[in-house]
Design a protein around this ligand. Structure first.
Ligand code: PYC
Length: 322
């Protein structure tokens, strides 16, 4: 059935939070519901009919390149709390680890969810989250896996770069190459380097399963904190970097380490992000032997606001490069 294109509403209510430094903007109301019986269909309908709303909510002048938006929908499964589609300045995400932690804390803030276990439907599968008394949230992600190991690409200006392709709810290329120091002082250079790696991967036709675009590039380096196992820098699909240690990236990293015999089931993996914040993760075995990642972190609500979209505002649908 033909669905009409909807213009930007006059207002939208949002709650902003950050998870270990990375922002999440949950749309509470004002965004018309997408059509579809599955979350993948709803994501596709958002892309087809509401893409200008994605840009309006997360891009400048109301947002910025690091913001991940979350649109809540009715659940697909009766025992889920909600459906959620994550998006950023450039596209839609399969899953988002920091974003789910932000959604849980936002729903708690709104009095819609309490301490305990909750389930959410996403375009890549159903995920779980446990909200603890201390405000920490542990997510149980979709299964993660190593897809291809020791993949080498020639990166213009940097030479040969080798890494692994792994899935953790999004597709990652994970490299240990130290072309640029992995610290906040070098974040612009890290972004340039990882964008060049991404260009090289795409030019070489390297993909995830079924031709999936590898739209996250992760550099794994030694930690700066005594309580961490590694530190990462993650280039996200919108072209900006993750301020948190990246939940789906931590999931993909743990699957890669497990496949390489470097991380046992149940063994904690403490992933430091580029801003120095920390996720603690571990893997368990699913019913069919799949690797189920668990990632724990904390989010804080930073604001509750109403976005205004004046019909005369030439930037009511946002602007930005991605
Ligand atoms: O935490 O999974 C994550 C994530 C993906 C992109 C930004 N954060």
């Amino acid at each position: 059935m033909h669905q009409p294109h909807i213009d930007v509403p006059h207002t939208m209510r949002v709650v902003d939070s950050h998870t270990e430094g990375e922002p999440t903007r949950v749309v509470i109301d004002g965004w018309p519901q997408p059509a579809g019986d599955t979350m993948a269909e709803r994501r596709d309908d958002l892309r087809a009919r509401f893409d200008h709303l994605r840009r309006a909510v997360v891009r400048e002048p109301r947002g910025h390149d690091a913001v991940v938006g979350a649109l809540l929908t009715p659940p697909v499964h009766a025992d889920s709390a909600a459906g959620v589609v994550f998006f950023n300045n450039g596209t839609y995400l399969g899953m988002c680890g920091h974003g789910l932690i932000g959604v849980v804390r936002t729903l708690e803030f709104l009095g819609r969810l309490r301490v305990g276990h909750h389930q959410f439907d996403t375009p890549v599968g159903t995920v779980r989250a446990e909200l603890a008394d201390d405000g920490s949230v542990t997510i149980e992600n979709v299964p993660a896996r190593l897809h291809a190991r020791d993949v080498t690409v020639e990166v213009s200006g940097y030479g040969r770069v080798t890494g692994d392709v792994a899935y953790g709810g999004n597709w990652f290329f994970i490299t240990h190459v130290r072309a640029v120091p992995v610290d906040l002082a070098h974040v612009r250079e890290l972004t340039r380097f990882t964008q060049a790696v991404q260009d090289a991967i795409r030019a070489a036709g390297i993909t995830g399963a079924d031709g999936a675009d590898i739209d996250h590039i992760e550099i794994s380096a030694p930690p700066s904190r005594a309580d961490a196992d590694a530190r990462n820098y993650v280039l996200c699909s919108g072209g900006d970097y993750d301020r948190s240690p990246c939940g789906t990236g931590t999931s993909a990293t743990m699957a890669m380490l497990h496949a390489r015999g470097q991380l046992a089931l149940g063994q904690p993996w403490r992933q430091e992000g580029i801003t120095g914040s920390l996720f603690t993760g571990w893997l368990t075995a699913g019913a069919n032997g799949e690797l189920v990642p668990h990632v724990r972190g904390t989010a804080f609500v930073t604001s509750e606001s109403t976005l205004h979209f004046d019909p005369h505002d030439p930037f009511r649908s946002g602007f930005g490069c991605a």
